[in-house]
Design a protein around this ligand. Structure first.
Ligand SMILES: NC(=O)c1ccc[n+]([C@@H]2O[C@H](COP(=O)([O-])OP(=O)(O)OC[C@H]3O[C@@H](n4cnc5c(N)ncnc54)[C@H](O)[C@@H]3O)[C@@H](O)[C@H]2O)c1
Length: 366
């Protein structure tokens, strides 16, 4: 294959812009698509300055306009003679409370975050006759309930499930087409930082805490680039749905071996299930990597603990996850270590013990 070419939607800002930069740094010829004309112009000029040897086209596009999306993809193929990589990244957040009778904006979230992505996959599949990879940027909301953004979560879950459901038929083509989805937790982009500024209370409800350490767009983009580059499917098989956790760990929750750790930090580490010697080594590597991410990001500002709030054999009902700030006194003086203790599981006697202390009236209950 000559120089590969790529289309990125929502490329003017945040994650899409970083993915564009990383693909440009690999020499990919690009078409950047975005509804925000001035931000798109700014980004394409900036990337053209940084990567003068790379051809970078840009086109204003509202992805909800399926015919316009098709025309933009066609223009790319006509310009570059083919299309090898597609990143369907354009997205918006929740548009007001769903159950507010006056709210009609919610449909727009479904249109952009779900329907337009399915159109994008369909159009890309038609135009990528030479094979390649399609990556949909979904969200961790595909896995976890988002009480303040239920329509967004439903749209992202729809994307992830569509990817899992339809990847096999695209992979069986000759040459194959790999369809995958990327599901980051919270990332430091205008989608989140704008909300933090404009509606801190809503942002706090969404994020759990305003002091949360957001993922960097560059890191998320490095995982995306790794997925796109994995032609052999060794780490990211067709239909892969990769979740990037807030601490930088990358997992594929649907993978056969459960919570398979496949490597953050750009995914440079080998995959492995827990079991044999090679697997043990992979697990140790993964653990080191998580600790390394934690170490370079400095000390956490808070920690989470499970509190048994009621006496019940229904553990889900009885337990609450509570975020506790780490006071300044817990910051170790120079030369001392802060040890992070992680409970991997809980058994019946632990529950009784915790419950007993709660009922006994002590304030510390976990
Ligand atoms: N920031 C996060 O915490 C986070 C977490 C998980 C997933 N995501 C997803 O990542 C993707 C990128 O978001 P981001 O965080 O970089 O936000 P962002 O707001 O920085 O970027 C989104 C881009 O999409 C563009 N866009 C919006 N509607 C469009 C439309 N109709 N047509 C074309 N372009 C459109 C915007 O103009 C913007 O440039 C989104 O799909 C988002 O849902 C974000």
């Amino acid at each position: 294959m000559d120089t590969p070419s790529a289309i990125i939607t929502g490329a003017a800002s945040g994650i899409g812009k970083e993915i564009a930069a990383q693909l440009a740094s690999c020499g990919c010829q690009l078409t950047l698509l975005d509804v925000d004309r001035s931000a798109l112009l700014f980004t394409s000029q900036e990337l053209s300055r940084r990567y003068p040897a790379v051809s970078i086209r840009s086109e204003t596009l509202d992805v909800t306009q399926a015919a316009a999306q098709r025309a933009a993809f066609r223009a790319h193929v006509e310009t570059y003679g083919g299309l090898q990589l597609v990143v369907l990244n354009a997205g918006i957040g929740e548009r007001g409370p769903f159950f507010d009778p006056a709210n009609e904006g919610w449909q727009n979230t479904l249109d952009v975050d779900l329907t337009a992505v399915l159109h994008g996959i369909k159009i890309a599949a038609e135009m990528m006759s030479g094979g390649g990879a399609i990556l949909a940027v979904a969200s961790a909301g595909a896995f976890f309930p988002m009480p303040v953004a239920p329509v967004y979560a439903a749209a992202k879950a729809g994307v992830a499930h569509f990817v899992r459901s339809s990847a096999r038929s695209l992979a069986s083509r000759r040459p194959p087409l790999r369809l995958m989805a990327l599901c980051p937790e919270f990332v430091e982009t205008p989608l989140v930082t704008r909300l933090m500024k404009e509606d801190p209370e809503l942002a706090r409800q969404l994020l759990g805490s305003l002091d949360i350490k957001l993922l960097s767009p560059a890191f998320v983009a490095s995982v995306a680039a790794d997925m796109l580059a994995d032609n052999s499917g060794a780490k990211y098989k067709p239909g892969a749905v990769a979740l990037i956790r807030q601490d930088g760990e990358v997992v594929q929750p649907h993978a056969r071996n459960g919570g398979k750790v496949i490597g953050g930090s750009g995914g440079k580490h080998r995959a492995g299930a827990l079991g044999g010697d090679g697997d043990r080594a992979a697990a140790i590597q993964a653990q080191r990597r998580v600790l390394a991410v934690w170490a370079v990001r400095g000390l956490p500002l808070e920690y989470k603990k499970i509190v048994i709030a009621t006496l019940s054999s229904n553990f889900r009902q009885a337990a609450r996850l509570v975020t506790v700030p780490l006071g300044p006194l817990l910051r170790p003086p120079r030369g001392q270590l802060l040890v992070r203790r992680v409970y991997a599981g809980i058994n019946a006697s632990d529950i009784n013990y915790s419950s007993g202390r709660w009922v006994g009236g002590t304030s510390r209950c976990a």
